[in-house]
Design a protein around this ligand. Structure first.
Ligand code: AGP
Length: 602
């Protein structure tokens, strides 16, 4: 997703803007730019590609000024070209934007009727042209910006910089997050507080509909009704440690390897009185509902699918899991007895947010499991549970996934203990196994060297299948997503039993098939699926706590674990296989092409 930053500083802002944009790189982008005010005049530098391109440009052709805005663009309207990159400027106003202006074609037509023509394909240019038009109609800069914002529909976080206004930033938030940073005698604005690392830990989150006039000494915030409001001043522990690689080559590697520690800390937190108090409202909601609807996107959706099995197996609650982007296509018979559970690392994913609002409007309870606890989803859910994964920078979700599963497992166990549906001895044995998970994931990481050698060969293939049964089926989907999203090798996850219903036609001696098969009651069936592959000379990579039959191309040995929690453990080799394959192929592991960390557009 795009990232925006704005600063009213006491020193040259260009280098600070660049450093802040670097901290937003994880969001994914394909061009970047900054604009500053020098002697009241706008200056702008933009570059396509990575921030290093912009940085080199600034060395060759620097810009000065103590006020400025910056942007990393993830293309939505118009390709990644120089003229489409932000900041957009129209004579005396420059704008940076994260989101989508849904009525931009309407605005384009209105401006064209005024003989005001666009030069780019972007929706953002309509914002600058419209604001400039209002300025030329005699409106003051704040009124011109407000009138412009009021004519927009869609999702946007905006920052306006005006010529002649060295101590002013006008910002607006509708659907895309925006945070104000309070410096000693500086003021900042950004899409994500991580960009303020090293600058300030005093922040204020704007809410949807807010419009704010910022200066170095004063911040005036107005709600959608135009009343001046105050929003809470919060402190964020934005420590640099959470935003550096800790000696790893990539953030993704660091985040894979820190999972045992993170999971252990989360379990410890869950077992404190504070953690149990935090969980109680969620247990109440789940225990008293008639049906669960679990909703997420991508990896978070797969976490929902795993949890769907758990809620059915251990708590006897009927469950439906829906990928959020398909949610509005279904006419589901929700009633207030249906509880919506929304899983999201960022808490800003537009598809998941839209599903949450849909269920809320239908009178359903809404429970979210989130990593970013200050996110929009946290504010809009009836109850929100943190997953305690810590800052996750890599676009590919790793520790967030295992922490989502851990938080869901903790919730399911508590509900199972409350509803007494399953045998309570079994539940207490599972609670003990739950506490072993950090040690087990640490043991799973020991398979790294073997996985690295498999990855060295995997890069030669053009497609890879992942198959699994039961709760291993969503893990097959996750393994395929991990591999394709960072190595760009096509991969497909499917239920093992489905292989013979068509996909088997793809299997020959050039098709690696990753078989996820913990020794559980489905193991025999998983092996028969792998026999089907072997009979077609497919290259089986068996991920299991057993050695499996003869004729296996490669094995990934894992420790034994109660089959209920196998999904958490088997996520580790899926992450490592994707990571090492991508490193071997030289792709951009932390910021894979075309992708964003948080997809805040539908
Ligand atoms: C996971 O590796 C992907 N980056 C992506 O599928 C992600 O899980 C999805 O976009 C949902 O994001 P969220 O958890 O922030 O809602």
């Amino acid at each position: 997703m795009c990232g925006i930053v704005g600063m009213l500083g006491q020193n040259e802002v260009a280098p600070i803007l660049l450093e802040s944009l670097r901290r937003l790189e994880y969001r994914g982008y394909d061009s970047a730019g900054i604009a500053t005010l020098r002697d009241g005049k706008l200056q702008r530098r933009r570059a396509v590609g990575k921030l290093s391109e912009l940085s080199d440009l600034l060395v060759r052709n620097p810009i000065q000024g103590l006020s400025g805005i910056g942007h990393t663009r993830w293309a939505t309207h118009g390709p990644a070209t120089l003229e489409n990159s932000h900041p957009h400027q129209s004579r005396s106003v420059a704008v940076v934007h994260n989101g989508i202006v849904e009525n931009h074609l309407e605005l384009r037509a209105q401006l064209s009727a005024l003989q005001i023509e666009h030069k780019t394909e972007t929706d953002t240019e309509s914002i600058t042209l419209l604001c400039q038009y209002h300025l030329e109609q005699g409106l003051a800069h704040a009124e011109a910006a407000l009138k412009t914002v009021r004519s927009l529909r869609g999702a946007f976080a905006l920052a306006f910089l005006f010529e002649g206004e060295e101590d002013c930033l006008i910002v607006a938030r509708q659907g895309s997050p925006l945070v104000i940073g309070h410096g000693q005698s500086e003021t900042y604005v950004t899409s994500d507080s991580i960009a303020l690392t090293g600058l300030t830990d005093r922040i204020t989150y704007l809410q949807d509909g807010d419009f704010a006039c910022l200066s170095r000494r004063k911040i005036s915030i107005f709600n959608c009704g135009g009343e001046e409001v105050s929003r809470p001043l919060e402190r964020r522990n934005i420590d640099s440690a959470s935003t550096d690689k800790g000696g790893h080559k990539h953030f993704m590697s660091k985040e894979i390897y820190e999972q045992p520690k993170i999971l252990a800390a989360a379990i410890e937190r869950y077992e404190t009185s504070g953690g149990m108090a935090e969980l109680r409202p969620a247990v109440e909601m789940v225990s008293s509902c008639r049906r669960l609807e679990l909703v997420g996107c991508g990896t978070a959706h797969f976490a929902c699918q795993v949890a769907g099995y758990w809620f059915e197996w251990l708590a006897g609650i009927p469950v439906s899991t829906t990928v959020a982007s398909e949610f509005s296509c279904r006419k589901q018979a929700f009633d207030e007895q249906t509880l919506g559970i929304f899983v999201s690392q960022s808490g800003e994913t537009a598809d998941t947010l839209s599903a949450l609002r849909h269920m809320k409007n239908a009178g359903c309870g809404t429970l979210s499991l989130l990593n970013v606890t200050s996110s929009t989803m946290a504010r809009e859910s009836d109850v929100s549970l943190p997953i305690h994964a810590g800052v996750e920078i890599g676009v590919a979700s790793t520790k967030a996934f295992t922490c989502q599963l851990l938080a869901l497992a903790n919730l399911v166990l508590a509900v199972a203990e409350r509803r007494r549906y399953a045998d309570q001895d079994r539940i207490s044995r599972l609670r003990k196994e739950f506490r072993r998970l950090p040690a087990l994931t640490s043991a799973a990481l020991a398979a790294d060297d073997g996985i690295k050698s498999i990855a060295g060969e995997l890069g030669k293939f053009v497609s890879v299948l992942f198959i699994g049964r039961g709760a291993m089926y969503p893990l097959a989907l996750e393994g395929a997503l991990k591999l394709k999203e960072i190595s760009y090798i096509h991969a497909e996850g499917l239920a093992s039993g489905e292989l013979k219903h068509g996909t088997l036609a793809l299997v020959d001696d050039k098709m690696p098939v990753v078989v996820l098969a913990p020794q559980d009651q489905l193991y025999a069936k998983s092996l028969s699926s792998s026999e089907e592959v072997k009979a077609r000379r497919g290259k089986i990579i068996l991920v299991s706590d057993t050695t499996g039959p003869t004729g296996i191309w490669r094995t990934v040995p894992l420790p034994s674990v109660d089959p209920v929690f196998a999904p958490i453990l088997y996520a580790i080799p899926m992450q490592l296989l994707a990571y090492h394959t991508a490193v071997h192929l030289g792709t951009d592991v932390d910021q894979p092409r075309n992708l964003a960390k948080s997809v805040t557009v539908e």
